[in-house]
Design a protein around this ligand. Structure first.
Ligand code: TYD
Ligand code: MG
Length: 462
């Protein structure tokens, strides 16, 4: 047998190198390269979808197929019985698709998937493979969740060969692997949990899903940095990547599509953890508001539109004299660089200098906001804390801020305003182009502004 060919794969970005080095040349991370046996894997027929190794071998020409001759029946969807999960998946679970679910330990990944199996039991055959917990623990949890244990099949194993042999016989339509980090293949010598094992096992499972039309869920652990542990390359192999997020201490959980070949990304599903498992929150628009009895300095409310639903969210800021020569700028739930930029705009175009102040900004409820509509509420919260003056009651704001101090419109302005109106808000400061001509929706008085200075004088006049 030929000497095994080695590659070194970065566990952060999946980049491949021919020799070991301390720093990944592609993403710059330190000490992330791990050995990966290329040759052996291709001999065993592995890694076909994962890397170059799969191209070795047979000289026969590959077959070309006219797309019109392909039946579309492979594209059917299964309703998972959990509406919020269906929403994030893009309208149900695609048959033959592979979905990776990441999230911190204890956030509820196993609970959600077990509840899903309980919901589809009886109409869709399924198999729950546990590599982390014993069958007794799984049964105990299913019992606590009030599921019918007579209809659930589980398997405690970690060998991908044995799991796939079992799945080929029992033919489940939905297969859950909890978690992918515990699965290993006999064809590689590396330890279970190593990058090469995770990558190769996932490649086998993906191939199985595509050949048999089985829908596969892979549970993945999350690293300190928030990515899915093991090679980032897992994210490229699968059809959808979902993240389960939430603040420790809060019972709300957010399921977010980070990648989805069959639906919109950044769609949110909202759940609440209870004693009897995860409960859906189909109408989450106001759960991220903290309830102040009186208006508080440093707090601004915005309407964000993540996915296809508007959500009311509170942005909080704390601005205080800094003892440091280099004051701190900390953004939780928002992008750090964006905050630095906004503070510069505030100085240049809002006439307020806070270069000697520490600035902390936080989005209530552990939610992350990725859209620029948060710009205006962030600056209003910062100014409100700096001046120690609360924003008027029942005020909300949204809008992107440009480097020259202009306020740019954001998508779906009217929908956001309607949501705010339906929750009893009275004043809105929004981009001019997002404001309806009549200037109000119901009780909501809408002020359209062109520039940051206009927004600040609108606040002063309220
Ligand atoms: P789990 O699904 O085991 O998390 P993960 O698989 O992501 O690691 O979630 C376990 C947590 O959820 C644990 O802290 C207990 C809590 N929980 C409830 O509050 N109620 C329940 O009914 C269940 C099953 C779990
Ligand atoms: Mg678990």
């Amino acid at each position: 047998m030929a000497k095994a060919k080695l590659a070194y794969v970065c566990s952060q970005c999946g980049g491949e190198h021919s020799k070991w080095q301390g720093q990944c040349a592609e993403c710059g991370a330190w000490n992330t390269l791990t050995e990966f046996v290329v040759e052996q894997a291709s001999r065993a027929g592995g890694a076909a979808s994962a890397g170059r190794a799969g191209y070795a071998g047979s000289g026969d020409a590959a077959q070309v197929t006219r797309l019109s001759s392909i039946g579309m029946e492979c594209g059917s969807r299964i309703a998972t019985g959990i509406g919020e999960l269906d929403r994030v998946l893009g309208g149900g679970l695609m048959t033959g698709s592979v979905v990776l679910i990441g999230g911190d330990p204890g956030i509820g990944k196993s609970t959600l998937l077990l509840q899903m199996l309980g919901a589809i039991a009886g109409r869709t055959p399924s198999l729950y493979v546990t590599g982390e917990e014993s069958l007794a623990q799984v049964a105990e949890r299913a019992h606590r969740l009030g599921l019918d244990l007579d209809r659930l099949d589980a398997l405690a194993d970690t060998s991908v060969e044995r799991i796939l042999a079992q799945a080929a016989t029992s033919k489940p339509e939905v297969l859950i692997i909890d978690s992918i980090q515990t699965i290993w293949t006999e064809t590689l010598g590396a330890a279970p949990g190593s990058v090469s094992q995770v990558r190769e096992s996932a490649a086998r499972l993906v191939r199985f899903a595509k050949e048999r039309g089985t829908s596969v869920f892979l549970v993945g652990h999350v690293t300190k940095e928030g990515g899915i542990a093991g090679p980032r390359v897992l994210e490229h192999m699968v059809d959808a990547v979902l993240y389960f997020e939430g603040e420790s201490g809060s019972r709300f959980r957010i399921l977010r599509a980070f990648k989805n070949r069959f639906g919109a990304v950044n769609e949110l599903g909202v759940f609440a953890m209870s004693e009897r498992g995860l409960k859906e929150v189909p109408n989450p628009s106001a759960i991220f508001l903290s309830s102040h009895a009186t208006p508080t300095p440093g707090s601004a409310v915005m309407v964000t539109r993540e996915g296809t639903r508007p959500l009311l969210v509170e942005v909080q800021a704390l601005v205080d004299d800094s003892p440091l020569s280099n004051p701190r700028r900390v953004a939780l739930g928002l992008e750090q660089n964006r905050l630095a930029m906004l503070l510069a705009v505030l100085h240049r175009h809002g006439g307020t200098a806070i270069h000697d102040q520490d600035v902390f900004v936080n989005v209530v409820g552990g939610i992350r906001i990725q859209e620029t509509a948060a710009d205006l509420p962030v600056l209003l919260a910062v100014l409100s804390s700096f001046r120690d003056r609360a924003l008027p009651e029942k005020l909300l704001a949204f809008g992107e801020i440009g480097l020259s101090g202009e306020i740019r419109p954001v998508p779906n302005g009217e929908e956001r305003l309607r949501e705010a109106a339906s929750h009893g808000f009275r004043h809105a400061i929004v981009p001019k182009a997002n404001a309806p001509r009549q200037g109000r929706i119901g009780e909501l008085n809408i002020i359209g502004v062109h520039r940051l200075a206009d927004a600040l004088s609108a606040w002063a006049e309220l």
